[in-house]
Write a protein that binds this ligand. Sequence first.
Ligand code: PMP
Length: 306
Amino acid sequence: MSESRVAFFDGRLMPLKDANVNIATHAFNYGTGVFEGLRAYWNQDQEELYIVQAHPHFARLLRSARVLHIEVPYTVEELVSHTVDMLRANEFRQDVYIRPLAYKAEAAIKVGLSGLKDAFSMFAVPMGDYVPTKGIRVAVSSWRRIADNMIPSRAKVTGAYINAALSSDQARADGYDEAIMLGEDGHVSEASSANLFMVRGGVLVTPPVTADILEGVTRQVVFDLASELNVPVEVRAIDRTELYSAEELFLCGTGVQLAGVVSVDRRAVGDGQPGPITTAIQKKYYDICHGVSDTGRRYVTPVYHP
Ligand code: PMP
């Protein structure tokens, strides 16, 4: 941890090294927090740092918080503004990952959600690619994706990431880059921390929001980009073995960005290279993130020259 890094904690900017919580904190004991993951990309030519999809990410944070009865004392606008201030205070001139957290802060032994003090905090760290984006090999996990009636899958709950950790850990130990998780009904849900799209018959297909997915911010951008490219999109349940006969497959998410999948359970996807639709969407996505897409301005918030 860099000594000079600045976090947002207790309603103000302060050194990250001093932004600590007590071991009796409810969220530490029970996983009762919700969080977000945003990226900001550095554009050297423009000397600008662009936060990608700041508003949708913070809107989702507030929706997640509502599920867990967590009060966040800020509006989406205020959260974006605190993020800009924090990134400026850090003087970042590189790609970074931003982690806001809203959580049950009470020092209490009590299983429950109500009547407990809440807190909000945020920090950012430099981050490059999280998985290779040029072609990853995935496996269908023996771990099932959490179901909405067990731990709400559309809320980004800290404790729920045990499910993602188990599946991605298993996939990596077995020599794969990522895990695909099936829902309780046996249909494809998503990857351990990314949504999934496949191309079949020239149509881009992704599971519906009722398939226990996290309703991804990047997934929504992919819908827009597919429409710009005149690629038809279908939202429907996907069978496991459809993945074996897909022409193309990719994962999307803030962390993984847009990652083409070249094999599933050791069966090549298409000709074993990221396909043309994946590559075209990927290029458009990266242009948006780096602030070089005129039509993509609405997706980014500039940090230094608003
Ligand atoms: N699913 C899960 C389980 C995730 O953790 C993420 C990453 N936040 C995603 C999907 C992709 O969501 P987004 O595009 O909003 O980052």
